[in-house]
Design a protein around this ligand. Structure first.
Ligand SMILES: NC(=O)C1=CN([C@@H]2O[C@H](COP(=O)(O)OP(=O)(O)OC[C@H]3O[C@@H](n4cnc5c(N)ncnc54)[C@H](O)[C@@H]3O)[C@@H](O)[C@H]2O)[C@@H](O)CC1
Ligand SMILES: Nc1ncnc2c1ncn2[C@@H]1O[C@H](COP(=O)(O)OP(=O)(O)OP(=O)(O)O)[C@@H](O)[C@H]1O
Length: 531
């Protein structure tokens, strides 16, 4: 358990060395995050990014959930599956939730069908196109919806689609366990409370507090070897035979919705894992643990890393939206892909070896997998700068025109392949005016790019430096000023107070002494004279 890599990771402060909390009998249980066998296992299921793949190849994931009360949960699950790297994410929800969920993100395809009287047949046209399902986030417990969800689970099983069941989907499974029994393409993701309910239903007694690992294994066996992930301080995963415990650092924030992020990511991983089975791209550890345990472990790894990053930045104010926003979830996904060596787009690099000792040095590039979300691409910075770049590169960002022979070329378009034939380009290049013009365009475009890029870099770097330097200077200057001012004020005030107090005291004391002494002398002298 105390591997060299584990100790290194511990020393650089990235991970807990062993799980905190009690696991019960943990013989043969893999508990460490940085275990090269497990990392290779996750790596082996992640499909390479290639230019030959089609929309949908990396996954079409369906999230079944979302009601009037709960719109955030299905959103978190769906966006998480997409940001991990799936191509399309569908949400099947109740009518009242649909427009709200759509308004959160233009990326999601939302079907308001769950509360239709025949929701089962409404999803029929979509189910065969989906690669994996996440059922439960924000589903609610309305009788009609629960019975529709039961019908849909039956259809999913018949089609052999892998399924992750979470939240209210677990309520359904607790009420009707036979619906999922023996379906080994399923993963159930109960939190402590949901686990306890399901355990009591299946085994007729409370889970024993001393044996969390065995409890999970036992429940899985009782459900016909369906994979269970008991979420918590340590995420305990078992398919009834094998057990893995994911104990990455995570965070102490327990805001609602983190389970939804987990189930969404698991939806994408479970598809990838089953695809690896089909394509036989898996490694030896995968053969031991199988697709569901592998997918569950990968998703726990990602969620805990995302949690850790968000907490590092937002501390106690961390919410699941912070985790889901492109920076935290996106950068965790990028980090995980870069760490696994799966963020690069060429096949040759897919299986590249990563040295675990250098793990903390890996900085994913901006072009990692998560850049592939359309909303990110459409943001003014990404889309705008790409447009500028393409026009500058083609020389089509300036509106000059040039006459060659009897043709007039408008430079705003003439350098595109459609407008300018090769022979025209030849003529253009032969003409000194054409060359001058090209040189001019290139020079001015380059100057423009360099200037704007430099300005951007300088501005952002300067603002960063100035902010941090200013805060440093202000803090230390203030401390200095306050200290010296205080000492000055205290000194002069004290001297003033002491002087005036003393003078006051001396004056009154002296006048008192002189008066009483004088009166004494005068009295005694007078009495003497009179006598
Ligand atoms: N923004 C949203 O739309 C959210 C919706 N959610 C949805 O809300 C619905 C109900 O979920 P609940 O989790 O409330 O389900 P439950 O109603 O089963 O939870 C029962 C109680 O257990 C407590 N509990 C949960 N985890 C615990 C733990 N580890 N230890 C001790 N107590 C714990 C909760 O505080 C709650 O009071 C689900 O559909 C879920 O998907 C949640 O996912 C949170 C975010
Ligand atoms: N005590 C803990 N310490 C560290 N991480 C935790 C802890 N509890 C939960 N987590 C992390 O949060 C993830 C989600 O678990 P959680 O118990 O919050 O699910 P949930 O209650 O179903 O969430 P939701 O609010 O979405 O319904 C876990 O996989 C784990 O990574």
């Amino acid at each position: 358990m105390f591997t060299v890599a584990n100790v290194i990771a511990f020393l650089v402060g990235r991970r807990r060395l062993v799980p905190s909390g009690h696991l019960g009998s943990s013989r043969f249980v893999q508990t460490t995050l940085i275990n090269s066998g497990l990392v290779e296992m996750v790596k082996s299921i992640i499909p390479p990014l290639t230019y030959t793949s089609h929309k949908g190849d990396a996954g079409r994931i369906g999230v079944i959930g979302g009601s009037q009360d709960y719109t955030g949960a299905p959103y978190f699950a769906a966006i998480s599956s997409l940001k991990l790297g799936a191509d399309l994410s569908h949400v099947f929800c109740a009518k009242d939730a649909a427009s709200v969920i759509k308004s959160y993100s233009p990326e999601l395809i939302v079907h308001p069908v769950l509360d239709h009287p025949d929701a089962g047949s409404e999803v029929d046209e979509w189910l065969p196109r989906l690669h994996a399902i996440v059922l439960g986030p924000g589903l609610g417990r309305n009788d009609k919806i629960i019975s529709n969800a039961k019908v849909i689970i039956d259809k999913i099983k018949k089609l052999g689609i892998p399924i992750v069941i979470d939240a209210d989907g677990l309520y359904l499974v607790t009420e009707y366990p036979e619906i999922i029994k023996d379906y080994t393409k399923a993963i159930l993701t109960p939190n402590v409370v949901e686990f306890s309910r399901l355990y009591q239903k299946m085994l007729g007694r409370k889970p024993s507090e001393d044996e969390p690992v065995n409890n999970v294994k036992r429940l899985s066996q009782q459900l016909g070897y369906v994979t269970i992930v008991q979420k918590g301080e340590n995420d305990i995963i078992s398919n009834g035979t094998q057990v893995l415990v994911c104990c990455g650092e995570g965070s102490p924030r327990r805001c609602g919705g983190q389970g939804d992020l987990l189930s969404g990511a698991m939806g994408t991983f479970i598809y990838w894992a089953h695809m690896a089975v089909e394509k036989k791209t898996y490694n030896q550890s995968f053969e031991i643990y199988g697709p569901t345990v592998c997918a569950a472990y990968a998703a726990c790894l990602l969620t805990r890393e995302c949690n850790r990053r968000a907490f590092h930045k937002h501390q106690r104010s961390t919410t699941t939206s912070d985790m889901a926003n492109s920076h935290d979830l996106g950068s965790s996904v990028k980090f995980i892909h870069a760490w696994l060596g799966t963020s690069v787009s060429v096949l040759e690099n897919w299986q590249q070896e990563i040295s675990f000792d250098n793990m903390s040095d890996i900085h994913p590039t901006e072009d990692g997998r998560t850049g592939c979300s359309l909303a990110n691409e459409a943001k003014s910075h990404d889309l705008g700068s790409s447009v500028k770049f393409i026009h500058a590169w083609l020389g089509t960002s300036m509106s000059m025109s040039l006459k060659i022979g009897n043709k007039r070329f408008h430079l705003i378009t003439c350098l595109t392949y459609t407008q300018l034939k090769m022979e025209d380009l030849g003529v253009l290049l032969q003409m000194s005016s054409g060359l001058d013009l090209l040189a001019h365009i290139v020079t001015s475009e380059l100057a423009h790019i360099v200037t704007s890029e430099l300005a951007h870099i300088v501005t952002s770097e300067l603002s960063h430096i100035v902010t941090s330097e200013l805060s440093h200077i202000v803090t230390s200057e203030l401390a200095h000023i306050v200290t010296s001012e205080l000492s000055h004020i205290v000194t002069s005030e004290l001297s003033h107070i002491v002087t005036s107090e003393l003078s006051h005291f001396l004056t009154s004391e002296l006048s008192h002494i002189v008066t009483s002494e004088l009166s004494h002398i005068v009295t005694s002298e007078l009495s003497h004279i009179v006598t």
